[in-house]
Design a protein around this ligand. Structure first.
Ligand SMILES: NC(=O)c1ccc[n+]([C@@H]2O[C@H](COP(=O)([O-])OP(=O)(O)OC[C@H]3O[C@@H](n4cnc5c(N)ncnc54)[C@H](OP(=O)(O)O)[C@@H]3O)[C@@H](O)[C@H]2O)c1
Length: 278
């Protein structure tokens, strides 16, 4: 029987580390190959997630089933140029790079590459992440199924239009959870709770509410009605937060994230190449 071709990560940093660990946890069966310019990161990945280290990008590319581009947006043009220079790459390519549009990716390697944008999170490491994906029109039904299978191994997958990708990226960051947790716990500490109790109370306030929303099937408005007694403490706390600009602060944050994502979209001038493997 023909052995399944491996998936190849180009870039072995934070998100690759989380995805590889999650894929192993999710019993994803294909071999995982990683290429990075830092040998220490590669060795750590091999120890942690039993990945195969690619010493040579040119040799690794033709044998891969899916290329996963996992370098920072600023490094994308250079890496794509390097890939184009090798002459052969997988037909199915997935970019994790925030803000880099499909049109730019398509231009970089020409028609033989079928591109997908994906936005996972580090929570993939424990198999409970969410990944948004957008497919270029050239991606076939079978290729779509392969990408679904890959990211479903680390959590839920949703397809969104590419036009929504930057808004999704700004909204969907596990950092929002940590930021909210740190902010609420720090306010509780200032109000007199010790650090451990403040963190426990804040974590339960945030996580339990969201867990209940997921499990109950109730709307956010219904849950607010249940939790907020008119004239009570939660009502006073929320009203004061809103009056102090809570909603505007969050809106500005999301807008700043979208602006940053759009700054990532370079005018790619990578040489257009014409070869691709299966
Ligand atoms: N982190 C997240 O939570 C997350 C979530 C979703 C999507 N993403 C996207 O995923 C991408 C990677 O993010 P990250 O946080 O994992 O970044 P990261 O930790 O900096 O990892 C990128 C890795 O790629 C390496 N690299 C860069 N250029 C290279 C080249 N020419 N050849 C070989 N290796 C090269 C980097 O090496 P150096 O350290 O030497 O530069 C680094 O080890 C970004 O585009 C980001 O938008 C990240």
């Amino acid at each position: 029987m023909r052995r399944n071709k491996p998936i190849l990560f180009v870039g072995g940093g934070r998100i690759t580390s989380a995805l590889c660990a999650g894929l192993r946890l999710g019993k994803y069966s294909r071999e995982i190959v990683v290429y990075d310019r830092n040998p220490d990161k590669l060795r750590a990945l091999r120890t942690e997630s039993r990945v195969t280290i690619a010493q040579d990008l040119q040799k690794a590319l033709p044998g891969a089933e899916i290329l996963i581009l996992a370098v920072r947006p600023a490094s994308v043009p250079g890496v794509l140029q390097e890939i184009a220079g090798t002459g052969t790459w997988p037909r199915l390519c997935v970019s994790l790079a925030a803000g880099i549009p499909l049109a730019a990716l398509r231009r970089s390697l020409g028609n033989p590459a079928h591109w997908v944008r994906a936005m996972p999170s580090p929570v993939s490491r424990i198999g409970r992440g969410l990944t948004a994906i957008s497919f270029d029109t050239a991606v076939s039904k079978a290729q779509r199924a392969r990408v679904h299978k890959l990211f479903e191994a680390v959590g839920q997958v949703i397809e969104i239009p590419e036009l929504s990708f930057d808004a999704f990226t700004a909204t969907y960051s596990s950092s929002h959870g940590y930021h909210a947790l740190a902010t609420l716990a720090s306010a509780a500490q200032r109000a007199g709770l010790d650090r451990k109790t403040a963190l426990t109370a804040a974590a339960h306030a945030l996580a339990d509410g969201i867990h209940y929303w997921r499990e109950s099937g109730l709307s956010v408005d219904e849950l607010l009605q249940e939790a907020v007694t008119p004239g009570g403490i939660a009502a006073a706390t929320m009203a004061a937060m809103d009056k102090a600009g809570y909603r505007q602060a969050v809106q500005r944050g999301i807008q700043a994230g979208i602006t940053q994502a759009r700054r990532n979209a370079p005018s790619h001038k990578t040489r257009k190449a014409t070869t691709a493997s299966s």
